[in-house]
Design a protein around this ligand. Structure first.
Ligand SMILES: NC(=O)c1ccc[n+]([C@@H]2O[C@H](COP(=O)([O-])OP(=O)(O)OC[C@H]3O[C@@H](n4cnc5c(N)ncnc54)[C@H](O)[C@@H]3O)[C@@H](O)[C@H]2O)c1
Ligand SMILES: [Zn+2]
Length: 359
């Protein structure tokens, strides 16, 4: 690690990336550059990065398998091994080039290697550009639980370039849009209007949307970096969504975070309606919008018990009781709302009913 203490909130660059990146690297005197990429970003994104930042052509590239099932301790160990084999010292820099999986895992590997070396995120998916790259949560999945091992530590900088999104499969664009919808529901006002007006994701101005959406996350994490209070609002849709995601990963080895969060938002809108008075009419409108963009996923009732057990492991819980971040209305989130098992089961039933009604 360099002699500076880790920053509380990273510097985020959206413009003049090539120039800013080169400036950043020449300002810091790192002993070596290491680029972490997965088997997709190594092909699609590494050439773009090399093209922009000449100084990185000498970097050591560490390649890992893509996909959430590889966001684990085995892959992390491979990264530590590669850093060791290539003699990365405490003054080395790890550059995480990829989506949320690469950023989360790379941030965790860097934070623990030799008690922490500097790292930066270069997010390449919608999801990571609007959400995962900011806020300092680095981590991996463990023993069937999402993000069970991790640390709060910020990258030295985040370089955001929507050019990377050109090669992103459409399904991954939709996946990331779930976090944009979440930010819209939390922020309300003009931003929600902008999001709600989106009908077709292939004609979105990503430059603007990524900036606005990430700006909402950044404004929250700046006020509460360690999730003592306010930051918990960002968990809207995630208490149910993460449990569904873990269950699907355990059963099928495959789950898209954003699709699970879309299901989670439907369930938590129901809880918002029942427990916080979220208006009926608005709920129908938002759910219609979610169903327009996100396909139904498998929320099989025979696994409700499992999903409930997974929810009890949620890091936001207190005294074993499941806590939710919900909405009183659009733009008015509330935290620390408890729901009992009966109510949560009703929310899961509600998701299935919505999916059935929407074909
Ligand atoms: N740390 C946080 O605050 C935070 C917040 C939200 C989500 N997350 C985490 O983020 C992860 C999901 O991130 P994700 O949706 O970006 O998934 P991902 O990183 O798995 O990427 C999705 C797929 O897209 C491929 N890909 C990436 N960029 C590409 C590009 N430009 N062109 C072509 N293919 C590309 C990847 O190889 C992968 O196959 C989850 O593990 C989730 O828990 C973390
Ligand atoms: Zn998320």
């Amino acid at each position: 690690m360099s002699s500076r203490s880790p920053s509380i909130v990273s510097r985020v660059f959206y413009k003049n990336i090539a120039k800013e990146f080169a400036h950043f690297l020449s300002e810091r005197k790192y002993s070596g550059y290491y680029i972490l990429a997965d088997d997709q970003t190594v092909n699609y994104c590494l050439p773009v990065l090399f093209n922009e930042v000449d100084m990185l052509k000498s970097a050591t590239v560490i390649e890992i398998f893509s996909g959430e099932v590889f966001k684990n301790i085995t892959t992390t160990q491979q990264v530590w091994e590669q850093l060791t084999e290539h003699h990365a010292d405490r003054n080395a820099l790890l550059i995480n080039l990829g989506g949320g999986m690469v950023c989360d895992l790379g941030g965790f590997a860097a934070s623990t290697y030799k008690r922490g070396i500097d790292f930066i995120h270069v997010p390449t998916t919608v999801l990571s550009q609007v959400d995962a790259a900011y806020g300092g949560k680095q981590g991996i999945d463990f023993n069937h639980y999402k993000n069970q091992l991790g640390i709060f530590r910020n990258p030295e900088a985040v370089f955001v370039n929507v050019e990377f999104l050109r090669t992103l499969p459409a399904i991954q664009v939709t996946n990331g849009f779930a976090e944009v919808v979440k930010h819209g529901l939390l922020a309300g006002g003009r931003f929600w209007k902008q999001v709600h007006a989106i009908n077709d994701l292939s004609s979105v101005n990503w430059n603007k949307l990524v900036r606005d959406s990430s700006g909402i996350k950044l404004s929250v994490v700046e006020k509460d970096p360690l999730e003592k209070g306010l930051r918990k609002i960002l968990n809207f849709g995630h208490t149910i969504g993460h449990a569904i995601e873990s269950d699907l990963l355990n059963r099928t080895g495959d789950a898209l975070h954003g699709y699970c969060i879309a299901a989670g938002m439907i369930g938590e809108l129901y809880l918002s309606n029942q427990l916080c008075g979220f208006p009926d009419k608005r709920m129908s409108q938002v759910i219609e919008f979610i169903c327009h963009h996100f396909p139904a996923i498998d929320v099989d009732p025979s696994f409700d018990k499992e999903i409930l057990n997974l929810m009890k492991q949620d890091k936001k819980n207190r005294n074993g009781r499941v806590q939710f971040a919900l909405l009183k209305k659009i733009g008015m989130p509330v935290i620390g709302i408890e729901a009992d098992e009966v109510m949560i089961r009703k929310a899961l039933d509600y998701i299935r009913t919505v999916y059935k009604q929407n074909g």
